[in-house]
Design a protein around this ligand. Structure first.
Ligand code: GLN
Length: 453
């Protein structure tokens, strides 16, 4: 814990942490030491962890990367973090992230962008994004500023940052991990999971994070398997689907090559490769960017200057207090999402946008169900590019949204998906491959990730 705290101090320029809870970390580490000395302790006893600042932590500032949550110290602990502390985890602090988890580059954070510890070999001094929205989580794991981190994924925010930083990111099946005490972005898509240094660590982390929680009615009452136990098991006979629609225009040939390489590795492991077609894929991004903002506009209605954090200093009546607080407290991307969300939900547009998007979402789900009647796993690239330069896409939201093209489908269908480091581009930047699995079949996914690692 001391070693990590020292590294965090030295790596301040990466801006990975919003809050460092050094005293708490040392106290927790001491308690772990005492347990370990007695031969006791949980499965992650004494392991120093970073927590995405979207998880409520009792008495510890929780910002969601937003100005509007200024000074918000929850009176309660999220289920995920309680389970991590139950199992012996040590909290190093809270990790930077895009505001309310909206973004793919960590540049929408009120607390400033995070810097990817990876750099282009000949890129001079260009600082790169660690991905988003879990950019603090990916950068801190990659730079060894924590042993592992929690993250959340609404449209790719665990897998894309993992891909851009050479780390492992696992988004479990919707319902596998409790959302209780996690600041809501889009409730039907949000799911928490780990970002870790390798597949084994991710398996251990997920076991601690997962499980039924009566406080989240969408969490599912199923036993949590021992994900670590399946690592190294044979993949012989598994069918791996390769969807042709994930070959998108303008994808660098290095990513094509990496994908082909991944297919070869799976063959070598004894898998059968099956070409599949998921024609609804082209609608996934438009559907996501209707459903996610719609739910966000509703979830974000609670930030009114009364219940949490910031309240504008100057206002005339209660309506102007709401308006001034929200005008001051939300950043541009969050405002853009609220505008899109309220528009697609408004009378007259609801049927044309929101309802239609829900219908297409159902068809995307059906298409995956059909594909998974023929294959055990689906293999794709995790992201259409390696880490890009900070500021490169901030003026063009659509360019930024296109980065989620391979990841949003899993959220729309509720499927488990994960990114594993698989190679490097010409600049020496890491690239990830993604595996998607059947609902609640994270075990097969972990087996596959271990083979690709
Ligand atoms: N980049 C996507 C968005 O901005 C996904 C974010 C996420 O998964 N939290 O909505």
């Amino acid at each position: 814990t001391d070693a990590y705290l020292t590294r965090i101090e030295k790596a301040k320029a990466l801006n990975a942490y919003v809050t460092v809870t050094a005293d708490k970390a040392r106290d927790m580490a001491k308690a772990s030491d005492a347990k370990l000395a007695k031969g006791e302790g949980g499965p992650i006893e004494g392991v120093p962890l970073g927590i995405k600042d979207l998880f409520c932590t009792e008495d510890v500032l929780t910002t969601a990367g937003s100005h509007i949550l200024d000074g918000f110290k929850p009176r309660y602990e999220s289920t995920v973090t309680s389970q991590l502390w139950r199992d012996g985890g040590v909290m190093l602090g809270k990790l930077n992230m895009d505001e309310f988890a909206m973004g793919s580059s960590n540049e929408t954070s009120f607390y400033g962008n995070v810097v990817n510890p990876w750099r282009r070999e000949d890129g001079g001094n260009t600082d790169l994004t660690p991905g988003g929205s879990s950019g603090g989580s990916s950068a801190s794991v990659a730079a060894r500023l924590c042993a592992a981190a929690t993250a959340t994924d609404t449209g790719g925010s665990i897998r894309q940052p993992a891909s851009l930083t050479n780390t492992v990111g696992v988004k479990p099946t919707y319902g596998r991990v409790s959302r209780w005490g996690v600041v809501a972005f889009a409730s039907s898509l949000d799911q928490a999971g780990p970002i870790a240094q390798d597949v084994r660590d991710a398996a251990i982390m997920l076991k601690s994070m997962a499980g039924h929680d009566p406080k989240d009615s969408t969490s599912v009452d199923r036993p949590v398997p021992d994900y670590e136990a399946v690592l190294g098991q044979s993949l012989k006979g598994l069918k791996i689907g390769v969807p042709k629609e994930y070959r998108v225009d303008g994808m660098p040939d290095e990513i094509e090559k990496l994908w082909a390489q991944g297919i070869e590795w799976m063959k070598d492991a004894g898998c059968e490769i099956v070409d599949i077609s998921l024609p609804m894929t082209k609608y996934a991004l438009p559907v996501y960017y209707i459903v996610a903002p719609a739910e966000a506009s509703s979830n974000l209605a609670r930030y009114d200057g009364v219940k949490y954090g910031l309240r504008a200093k100057e206002y005339t009546d209660i309506t102007s207090m709401y308006e001034e607080t929200r005008a001051e407290g939300f950043g541009d991307e969050v405002k853009r999402r609220i505008l899109i969300g309220t528009y697609v939900l408004s009378a007259g547009y609801y049927d044309a946008y929101y309802l239609r998007a829900q219908k297409v979402r159902k068809r995307i789900f059906d298409e995956f169900t059909d594909a998974f009647s023929k294959v055990d796993l689906i293999l794709t690239p995790s992201a259409p590019s390696a880490a890009f330069g900070l500021g490169e896409k901030t003026n063009d939201p659509v360019q930024m949204y296109l980065n989620d093209v391979f990841t949003v489908t899993a959220n729309l269908a509720g499927l488990p998906g994960a990114s594993v480091p698989a190679g490097y581009d010409r600049q020496g930047l890491p690239l990830g491959l993604q595996l998607l699995a059947k609902p609640f079949d994270e075990e097969t996914m972990f087996k596959g990730l271990f083979a690709l690692e």
